[in-house]
Design a protein around this ligand. Structure first.
Ligand code: FMN
Length: 217
């Protein structure tokens, strides 16, 4: 990787920067640099439905991308070079899903859902999650998750050579746990207690150190 250090710029703090040309990095190296520095990432625990039944899996290439209508994205990699993950296959068959924000107490159950299981394995059962029927989509929602967003697929966009598939979803119903949203729609972060993802397969963060800044006009 050192061969990629082809120019040096000095930052205000006096430290040099290292520049990398993605064209000279392997897929793995690109992944390491991006997932190590674009942090913390929110985690969507996603339920879908396919011919083999209910599926649940976590995704941290995930964010809100618009409102009116409320729209989120998640990006799903391949299993190896050719095999699509169950979530993507299900979304092509039944273009509806539920995104759940994971409370830090559910971190181990969430991680269980990330295992590589055959399509007929229902990860919500494996992880001991109780599910409820959704209101507007067919996949069920996980009762214990503090925020649940029912979505319909708007678009599935292949990204890159070993493609990721970016899924754009429109939120058609939102559910929050009791006492999480105030009268004027402030979300109580202590009660939401969302888990964030850092680099690697085992590295997470919680929101225990928050800052406030004076607002600008
Ligand atoms: C916290 C966390 C975040 C993850 N984020 C992603 C992601 O953004 N994209 C992805 O393709 N896989 C991601 N994974 C891996 C998938 O969850 C894993 O491949 C899972 O087995 C996919 O399940 P499925 O085949 O049932 O869809 C993540 C795993 C964990 C534990």
């Amino acid at each position: 990787m050192d061969d990629n250090m082809n120019s040096t710029v000095f930052l205000g703090r006096g430290s040099a920067t290292r520049e990398f040309d993605p064209a000279n990095l392997s897929t793995r190296e690109q992944y390491k640099l991006l997932t190590g520095s674009i942090v913390p990432r929110p985690i969507a625990l996603v339920t879908t439905l396919g011919s083999a039944g209910v599926n649940a899996a976590p995704f941290s290439f995930f964010n809100v991308v618009g409102v009116a209508p409320p729209t989120i994205m998640l990006s799903i990699g391949m299993r190896g070079e050719e095999l699509e993950k169950d979530t993507l296959r299900n979304l092509r068959a039944v273009p509806e899903f539920v995104v759940h924000i994971v409370h830090e107490d559910e971190r181990e159950a969430m991680q269980l859902c990330a295992g590589y299981y055959p399509p007929e394995v229902n990860e919500t059962e494996l992880a001991g999650f109780e599910v409820l029927p959704s209101r507007k989509v067919r996949p069920p929602r996980i009762a214990r998750c503090p925020a649940q967003f029912e979505c319909v697929v708007k678009n599935i966009i292949p990204v890159g050579a070993v493609p990721y598939h970016m899924v754009l979803g429109e939120i058609v119903a939102m559910h929050f746990g009791e006492d999480i949203v105030s009268q004027n729609l402030h979300v109580d972060l202590d009660r939401l207690s969302p888990l964030g993802r850092l680099a690697g397969p085992a590295s997470y963060v919680r929101l225990s150190d928050r800052l406030s800044l004076a607002p600008v006009d």
